[in-house]
Design a protein. Structure first.
Length: 216
């Protein structure tokens, strides 16, 4: 997809999220919360060709500046496992990814018939993704020196259970879209495996976690 088209789609999605929501719950404003989460990360697209499923951990700091909206500062670490082709040939050593960025979060109202304290949230944001191949794994591999940072966009959804006014447990999934530089990725090329230079990457962390809210 052409870069202009990709940016256009992302701006359209941002515009949709900017439309004020109606019929939502009205939590108190000015609340500060901390999310702690961990789970698995799934590579997709071209990233799936060179790496394998790994582990992830992250944290967010949230400020609800409006009853329905919040601003988040997000950090996520993702450790992808080594990738091998069908013949056991190493495509890349393990890769460490770290995302630093921010996002907007919206809290949706639950169904009127809901009898349990479920919560529904979504977020959309952007930041920088640091991507580094573990240089201790295979010093002779051409991808050994891969160490770059790229712009990345994120979008996620979360379902939680409100145990107490100050504690929520949740599961969530997030998709990270990474705008890479095709000049950096030939180190992963493997014509026999159908891998050529690429300029985008997807990773999808799936987490369980807890939100702690500091009430005023």
């Amino acid at each position: 997809m052409h870069n202009a088209t990709k940016y256009g789609v992302l701006l359209a999605v941002l515009a949709l999220f900017a439309i004020p929501a109606t019929g939502m719950s009205q939590p108190a404003t000015g609340k500060v919360s901390v999310d702690l989460r961990g789970g698995v990360v799934i590579p997709a697209g071209d990233m799936n060709k060179i790496t394998d499923i790994g582990g992830t951990a992250g944290a967010s700091l949230l400020w609800n500046f409006h009853p329905n909206w919040g601003i988040r500062a997000d950090f996520d670490y993702m450790g992808l496992n080594k990738g091998e082709d069908a013949f056991g040939v190493l495509l890349s050593p393990p890769m460490d990814l770290m995302f630093f960025g921010g996002s907007f979060e919206v809290n949706f109202n639950g169904p009127k018939y809901q009898t349990v304290p479920l919560t529904f949230m979504a977020n959309l944001g952007a930041g920088m993704m640091s991507m580094k191949v573990d240089d201790t794994y295979d010093p002779g591999h051409p991808a050994n020196g891969f160490d770059h940072s790229y712009p990345a966009f994120q979008g996620g959804a979360k379902v939680g259970y409100q145990l107490k006014p100050w504690i929520n447990i949740f599961v969530n999934g997030t998709a990270y879209f990474i705008l890479m530089d095709a000049a950096d990725t030939p180190v992963f090329a493997d014509p026999d495996a159908g891998i050529t230079a690429f300029n985008t990457g997807w990773v999808i962390p799936v987490n369980a976690g807890v939100r702690l809210t500091f009430l005023r």
